[in-house]
Design a protein around this ligand. Structure first.
Ligand SMILES: Cc1ncc(C[n+]2csc(CCOP(=O)(O)OP(=O)(O)O)c2C)c(N)n1
Ligand SMILES: [Mg+2]
Length: 243
């Protein structure tokens, strides 16, 4: 096994390997010069077969709402606009299914999993480059970590749209607890009115639904200054893919 890793401390931390301490882009460029091209006539077919298996498995899980919501975000967000995703179920979908053709625009605290990252990070991006719209995506739980920063977004008139998916609680923990113990504890939240909260900061806000999401999000992203789009929805995760 060859492990290419930019963080020296992670080399061989899980498996013995031939460790290469490098940025992946540079190491792969060097490797490309060192290896012979290998013909593999079946590769495209094998990829097709895997993708078909994934499609059939997802279809059996009744997850059209989740895919519809992710499609709507993809449709509304301009290609070059940066997006910042919190620890929320829609983001876990986005990690594997948002859009690989928009390199370096999608940001998430996936490594450490720090809840509350998305909105402050998006504020930073909007302050650094106010010429592009910026999207933040949070759940209702994570949104409460930095709701006061709506004041900052308003004060500096940042071109920032915050999509809050409101399922009334710590949705992913509901799923985990129900799966492990058959019941939940401490997962149901107070469910403030996020539209009224945003408006009280002078930030325009709209409550939307899966059907109107793409249009409402496009409108919010195109408008100058900050805005909030609230989507009341109970999204679910797909089944673990490694089992
Ligand atoms: C700082 C921090 N606190 C707590 C957690 C644990 N945690 C991860 S996801 C989550 C629930 C988030 O709820 P919400 O933002 O509403 O998103 P949902 O799961 O409902 O989509 C919690 C509490 C964490 N990852 N980081
Ligand atoms: Mg939630």
């Amino acid at each position: 096994m060859i492990q290419i890793e930019a963080d020296a401390g992670k080399l061989e931390s899980n498996h013995p390997a031939l460790g290469i301490h490098s940025d992946a882009r540079e190491a792969l460029a060097d490797l490309l010069e060192a290896v012979e091209p290998r013909e593999d006539a079946d590769a495209a077919d094998r990829v097709r077969t895997v993708l078909e298996k994934v499609r059939v498995r997802i279809e059996a899980q009744d997850l059209t709402l989740e895919q519809q919501v992710l499609d709507a975000v993809r449709e509304a967000l301009p290609d070059a606009a940066p997006s910042f995703w919190d620890m929320t179920i829609l983001a876990y979908w986005a990690w594997s299914a948002f859009d690989a053709r928009r390199p370096n625009t999608m940001h998430s605290a996936q490594g450490a999993g720090g809840l509350g990252y998305a909105f402050p990070a998006a504020i930073g991006a909007a302050a650094a480059d106010p010429t592009k719209p910026v999207l933040a995506v949070s759940g209702d739980g994570g949104a409460m970590y930095s709701i006061a920063e709506l004041a900052t977004a308003r004060q500096y008139d940042l071109p920032l749209t915050w999509l809050i998916v409101d399922d009334g609680g710590y949705g992913i923990l509901r799923e985990y607890m129900t799966g492990a113990f058959g019941e939940t504890t401490g997962t149901e939240l107070a469910r403030p009115d996020f539209v009224a909260l945003a408006e009280s900061f002078g930030v325009p806000a709209v409550r939307t639904g899966p059907e109107s999401l793409a249009a409402d999000l496009s409108k919010a992203l195109a408008a100058p200054g900050p805005s909030v789009v609230v989507l009341p929805a109970l999204l679910r995760m797909f089944e673990p893919t490694h089992l």
